[in-house]
Write a protein that binds this ligand. Structure first.
Ligand code: TIU
Length: 219
């Protein structure tokens, strides 16, 4: 398929769609992301594209992984360096508009209903930005013989980029869906797409959703 910096050879039986942190607290108005002073409309805007890619991917019979950033209720997996950083109005574990911020099981921690996981899909709870750090993701991917990861989700330069770099170092071929990812900062998204694909695809590939969907069988 057409992609940057050059064509990507999608191998669907060995590929997983990885949707990063499309949680209510990051994406919806009134959540944690907005409480940090961020404009969530940019994140809202990718929902139809993400839903369309997810539907096409499922229809093609391929596997899906969802990730969620969050912590145990006792915060034992949240390093103080993460919880105490900066001067936010709400810290991880505090009670916000959608329950305790970034705590597993709270309303804001849930994946948005438009992209809710279904039976047979893997949900990875992760305490960090990258989805490989302190999670069973690598083992689950290896069990299924997955070698390619197609990424969507938020935010482009934080959890998506971190996970894509972790995956690239573990030997996965990584493709990021350009219009299926968003940042609170458009200039950071643009810079991320450019740096991932520079130097001959130093981290991976980038392609628009339409190119990916056109590759999927069963359409
Ligand atoms: N999922 C994710 O990217 N977590 C963040 O905290 N992102 C920000 O951009 N803050």
């Amino acid at each position: 398929m057409k992609a940057l910096p050059f064509e990507f050879a999608l191998d669907l039986p060995r590929a997983a769609l990885v949707i990063i942190d499309m949680q209510r607290d990051f994406v919806e108005p009134g959540g944690f992301g907005e409480s940090l002073g961020n404009d969530v409309t940019r994140l809202q805007a990718i929902l139809p594209t993400c839903a369309a890619v997810l539907a096409a991917w499922r229809a093609a019979g391929a596997w899906v992984v969802h990730t969620r950033e969050g912590h145990l209720p006792d915060l034992s997996d949240c390093p103080p360096a993460k919880r105490l950083r900066g001067r936010p109005s709400l810290r991880i574990g505090d009670t916000g508009p959608m329950g305790r911020v970034l705590v597993i099981g709270e309303p804001g921690h849930a994946i948005v209903p438009e992209l809710a996981p279904v039976d047979g899909e893997l949900v990875i709870d992760k305490p960090g930005k990258g989805a490989f750090h302190a999670t069973p993701l690598q083992a689950r991917l290896q069990e299924r013989g997955i070698t390619q990861l197609v990424f969507m989700g938020v935010t482009t330069e934080v959890c998506v980029q971190t996970t894509m770099r972790e995956a690239n170092d573990r030997g996965y071929e990584c493709l990021l869906v350009e219009d299926g990812t968003a940042s609170y900062f458009p200039e950071f998204k643009a810079a991320t797409l450019a740096m991932l694909t520079a130097q001959g695809g130093i981290v991976g590939w980038v392609a628009p959703a339409a190119e990916l969907v056109a590759e999927l069988p069963g359409r």
